[in-house]
Design a protein around this ligand. Structure first.
Ligand SMILES: Nc1ncnc2c1ncn2[C@@H]1O[C@H](COP(=O)(O)OP(=O)(O)OP(=O)(O)O)[C@@H](O)[C@H]1O
Ligand SMILES: [Mg+2]
Length: 344
């Protein structure tokens, strides 16, 4: 009796066959097929005005919005030039997003991808987000295959590489990151009309990344900086989440919110808008726990106000659970400082 075949063996054969196919010259159609299989078919394009309105509604980010508007306007003017039979000036659309975690980079990248679709630069306008682990393999040769696959998924959309600096470790140890960069640069050239790449990360580390390969700097000519949010902006973002999900703060709780948001220090570790979101979600947990622990109440009899309201304690406990207690209460009549005594 013939030994039954190992299913893994079948899979290996299929994969190697596919890999061979993809190596064939003029494999654009295979790319399309794979892109369609993995990239999914997006719904109908949203009109530019609608996507623009969503971008405008984001809190703060004024310089980011201005730069995005300029990018899109340039494309629109170039399209009009083409319509008039004038030569288009081919400009690179690849971008560097500089900013700390939670400053809105992914959110803006997703909207920008849609805008590129709305003005006809990209056919699908989807966003494929990866970090180092999505591009780099464990063995010799694995990285090129992995990176290639991700790029095919991103064709006709935006490839967003978060913490891209991790592809060029500074200590110079044996690493496959640079191989991913090589493949990326090559494919950006091969597919220059079908792929926009955005690399993102902390400002200082991204500088080292861009210098790590001479091809990178010239291809990513534009940089957009995402500043840390102010306490006011974070408070507005939190309030937007309340409105959007139909919650309210009990009277006085906004003072606690302000203290919590003032207590986080701007910078890499603050979490920025992501902190506001996590705090909101954590406060919902606290509210639910509080309501369920109330022995006098049956959860089925809770009224509308009760299920809508977040209390000062909900926020306080949520912040503590996140390791971010509120800043000390502001003193209404602060003690004059030592220096003041000394001066007077
Ligand atoms: N300006 C803003 N207005 C409203 N909500 C925002 C704003 N910026 C970010 N957010 C919200 O904060 C969260 C984090 O944003 P986003 O994922 O875009 O940040 P990021 O810079 O990509 O962060 P990370 O580096 O951690 O991936 C999301 O839930 C997003 O909806
Ligand atoms: Mg992100």
């Amino acid at each position: 009796m013939a030994a039954s075949r190992n299913p893994l063996e079948d899979l290996r054969e299929t994969l190697s066959h596919l890999t061979e196919q993809l190596k064939l010259p003029g494999s654009e159609r295979v790319d399309d097929l794979v892109g369609d299989l993995f990239g999914g078919r997006p719904g109908p394009a949203r009109p530019l005005s609608e996507v623009q309105a969503e971008l405008d509604a984001l809190v703060g980010l004024e310089t980011v919005k201005e730069q995005v508007r300029a990018l899109v306007a340039l494309l629109q003017v170039q399209a009009r030039r083409k319509a008039h039979g004038l030569p288009e000036v081919a400009t690179s659309q690849h971008l560097v997003f500089l900013g700390n975690p939670g400053t809105g980079k992914t959110t803006v990248a997703r909207l920008l991808a849609e805008m590129y679709r709305a003005v006809g630069l990209l056919q699908k306008g989807h966003l494929v987000e990866v970090d180092r682990s999505g591009l780099v393999g464990q063995y010799v040769g694995a990285t090129a295959i992995k990176t290639d696959r991700v790029i095919r998924r991103a064709l006709d959309g935006v490839l967003f590489i978060d913490e891209a600096y991790a592809l060029s470790p500074e200590d110079g140890r044996m690493d496959f990151g640079p191989e991913a960069i090589e493949v990326l640069l090559k494919r950006m050239e091969d597919h220059r009309h079908r792929l926009v790449v955005i690399v993102a990360g902390y400002p200082q580390l991204m500088e080292a990344f861009l210098l790590s390969n001479p091809g990178l700097r010239s291809r990513f000519a534009r940089e957009i900086t995402f500043p840390d949010y102010s306490v006011d902006a974070l408070q507005t973002i939190f309030n937007q989440m309340l409105v959007q999900h139909e919650y309210t703060l009990e009277p006085g709780a906004d003072e606690m919110l302000r203290r919590i948001l003032s207590g986080i220090h701007a910078g890499e570790d603050s979490g920025n808008a992501r902190f506001a979101r996590t705090l909101f979600e954590q406060a919902l947990n606290r509210q639910a726990l509080r309501l369920s622990l109330d022995e006098d109440r049956n959860l089925d009899t809770l009224d509308r106000d009760e299920v809508m309201t977040l209390t000062t304690d909900d926020l306080d406990e949520a912040a503590r659970a996140l390791g971010a207690g509120p800043a000390p209460e502001p003193q209404s009549d602060p003690e004059p400082s030592r220096w003041w005594h000394w001066l007077t």
